[in-house]
Design a protein around this ligand. Structure first.
Ligand code: ZN
Length: 258
């Protein structure tokens, strides 16, 4: 079974459409939250996710837009975008975002015995799914006891990276500090005997210096995942952001991937 995992779409429908056009032979789509916030087309993105994603969890921007969490911890730009986003959502969009769970444990993948003990989805981290940023090995290591299986997929930091903890080495102390594996885009990464927290990167607002949209393909039969990068028409979405009057930084940063 092949699953496309998208995260941090951030109301960037141009990037989402480009990513979706890159899906080949995908059986399911999972979304890791932050469908909205920052970008110009929140409604189109929510509708797409509602229609296409078999699983979706909430991100901080999704719940800020509908006032389910406070924007108090947001910077001015993010708060402005959240308030604007809320004003653009239909009742159905709002109800959908309201209904999203903060984590999902997917126990059994049809057609696959290969992923033991299921897959966990969390926007930020398994122990603090809405808010925690897994930006280093120490924070990631502290999260491994908080999910049961071999795999946890996260977003939120917009950094495509994996934290991997290998328990297979005989003898020696139980490792607690995971290896940090930056994303590679040339071939799939084997799950192997390790446990992993995998950040899918961001579809709609990449922040690792490469402006291309990112997502992940999980192949449960091959026991591997693959980060994908997809070029899209950044100019088109920049024009839309300017037209709706969101802060300039939100269109400028897309060109730099920061
Ligand atoms: Zn985000």
């Amino acid at each position: 079974m092949r699953i496309a995992i998208v995260s941090d779409i951030h109301s960037n429908f141009d990037a989402l459409e480009a990513v979706a056009a890159d899906f080949h032979g995908v059986d399911q789509i999972w979304c890791l939250g932050d469908v909205v916030g920052y970008g110009p087309e929140p409604g189109a993105c929510v509708e797409w996710v509602r229609k296409n994603a078999a699983e979706c969890i909430a991100g901080n921007h999704d719940w800020a837009a509908i006032r389910k969490v406070s924007v108090r911890d947001f910077n001015d730009v993010a708060a402005t975008a959240a308030l604007w986003t809320g004003s653009r959502l239909s009742d159905a969009d709002t109800a959908y975002l309201e209904s999203l769970p903060s984590t999902r444990e997917i126990d059994c993948l049809p057609g696959s015995e290969a992923i033991r003990r299921g897959v966990t989805l969390a926007h930020g981290s398994p122990r603090d799914p809405i808010w925690e940023y897994l930006v280093n090995a120490r924070l990631a290591g502290a999260n491994f006891p908080h999910f049961p299986g071999d795999l946890c997929f996260v977003g939120h930091s917009h950094q495509p990276v994996a934290f991997s903890l290998d328990h297979s080495r005989p003898g020696g102390p139980e490792p607690t500090r995971p290896r940090v594996e930056p994303a590679r885009f040339d071939r799939p990464v084997e799950i192997g005997s390790a446990r992993h927290i995998v950040n899918a990167g961001s579809v709609g607002q990449p922040r690792d210096g490469d402006p291309a949209a990112r997502y992940v393909i999980l192949d449960t039969d091959a026991r591997s995942w693959e980060w994908r990068r997809v070029e899209y028409d950044i100019g088109a979405v920049q024009t839309k952001i300017r037209a709706v009057g969101l802060p300039d930084i939100l269109w400028m940063r897309l060109a730099y991937g920061r």
